[in-house]
Design a protein around this ligand. Structure first.
Ligand SMILES: C[S@@+](CC[C@H](N)C(=O)[O-])C[C@H]1O[C@@H](n2cnc3c(N)ncnc32)[C@H](O)[C@@H]1O
Length: 426
């Protein structure tokens, strides 16, 4: 029997758990805690090992690493996701200090907030509150050390856990205080007042205070239950994080799917609020995200030349008779496959000779064409010296593509499959 002798659980979040929890926000396409726990039970990393997740999302893999008495390095290009992960590890946060920080009220009448809200999502009093809070946090984190968000995310000691929780609560609260609304697709938001007339009534401060309490309660429970470990997070493209070559022993991750979701739009209020604290370039972020709908410019077709299955998949997309197949869509998929190959090159470079880990992936369709993601990743990984084994496959009916009328017209019965694959360096 295999290592760990335990079976891999489904990565799909159960319906109840998929909805945003009252405390933490689940990332879109986040995998289930049961899966993350079972994956690490299978790998059996020795106590004190470091687990790496280069697409950490909301930090589900951190919870499993901590449960297994392991340390953790997470990377996410989205700084809000990076912060949510760090917040889940902030067990040293001090309740009195968090309350004091969040309780800060802006003093005096200021005609212009210190940093203006670039997207005009928040009321002036909320922007002023955020500026006051962020000013206090920046002072505590030390001006001389560069970007305050980086100081907080990369700290291993827990010294800034209270500041982490104060910041995470304020950003979480900013979502419901923003002038935005959602339509039928839950992943997209519209900027502007809700057409049904439900404009936000609660200010950021009140909500931040209540999120802060909820987060602190969860962390107090986890402090009692789980071992002390450290968690470092980098808000960067995976390849820009300072991970030494040949250092990764264990990894657990799920790269962005080809669902063409715009994560920047999904998190616009939180990212806008965060931009008042740390430099966040929304357009650059959108451009650099893997799976982005934005094109980065002309791309060589190296990934297709080196891989027959990628070449065949791209050829079928290019030859599809529907509009823009040979133009925009061909380039979109070429860019995605190029990013995927870039990720696997990086993983190969950073892996120790005995490295092992899990990837979670989802099939995709272009119109009625099934895009065989498992086989593509398997071939790309094998050609880089990894052994690949499928450990779990499950059909998934409720996916974002299934909501699109255009997609339903082309392939009404399509069922995507979610795959868990074990990757080992040979
Ligand atoms: C499928 S989600 C991961 C969900 C995660 N497993 C969880 O349970 O919450 C993929 C993540 O990859 C991030 N991402 C996209 N492009 C990236 C890049 N170039 N480098 C690092 N992270 C990136 C996205 O922001 C997103 O949070």
């Amino acid at each position: 029997m295999e290592k760990g002798a335990s079976s891999i659980r489904s990565p799909k979040r159960r319906n109840k758990a998929r909805k945003e929890g009252p405390v933490w926000e689940a990332a879109y396409a986040s995998f289930s805690e049961e899966f993350a726990y079972s994956a690490l039970e299978f790998l059996q990393p020795p106590i004190g090992s470091v687990i790496v997740d280069p697409f950490v999302g909301s930090g589900t893999s951190y919870l499993a690493a901590n449960h297994q008495n392991c340390n953790f390095i997470g990377i996410d290009i989205n700084p809000y996701s990076a912060l949510l992960t760090k917040a889940k590890s902030a067990v040293e946060a001090d309740r009195q200090l968090v309350r004091r920080l969040l309780g800060k009220v802006s003093q005096g009448r200021v005609s212009q907030p210190a940093t203006a809200d670039p997207n005009k999502l928040f009321r002036t009093k909320d922007v002023r509150y955020l500026n006051t809070l962020f000013g206090a946090l920046t002072r505590r984190l030390g001006r001389e050390s560069g970007d305050p968000l980086r100081v907080l995310l990369e700290d291993k000691s827990g010294a800034f856990d209270s500041e982490t929780i104060a910041l995470a609560s304020a950003l979480r609260a900013s979502k419901s205080a923003a002038r935005t609304h959602r339509r039928s697709n839950p992943a997209w938001i519209m900027v502007g007042p809700d057409p049904l007339g439900q404009s936000p009534t609660v200010g950021i401060q009140d909500q931040a205070l209540s999120y802060g309490e909820l987060m602190l309660n969860e962390l107090a429970q986890s402090r009692e239950r789980n071992p002390r470990t450290w968690c470092q997070v980098y808000a960067a493209d995976f390849s820009a994080a300072p991970i030494p070559d040949a250092s990764i022993a264990y990894f657990l991750t799920s790269p962005p799917y080809m669902s063409r979701l715009d994560y920047v739009v999904s998190y616009l209020p939180q990212l806008t609020a965060l931009s008042l604290f740390s430099r966040v370039d929304l357009e650059l972020l959108r451009m650099q995200m893997m799976g982005t709908t934005k094109m980065r410019g002309p791309l060589a077709e190296n990934v297709a030349h080196a891989n027959p299955l990628v070449a065949d998949t791209l050829r079928r997309i290019r030859n599809h008779p529907s509009q823009a197949s040979s133009g925009y869509y061909f380039r979109f998929y070429l860019q995605y496959f190029t990013d995927l190959a870039r990720f696997l090159d990086w993983l190969r470079l950073k892996s120790r000779p005995d490295a092992q880990g899990f990837l979670v992936l989802q099939d995709s369709f272009y119109k009625e064409l099934r895009l065989p993601m498992f086989e593509i990743v398997r071939d790309l990984a094998r050609s880089r010296g990894f052994a690949v084994e499928s450990k779990f496959v499950q059909p998934k009916r409720n996916h974002v593509g299934a909501m699109s009328p255009d997609q339903q017209r082309y392939a009404p019965d399509k069922t995507l499959r979610e795959h868990v694959i074990l990757i080992t360096l040979e």
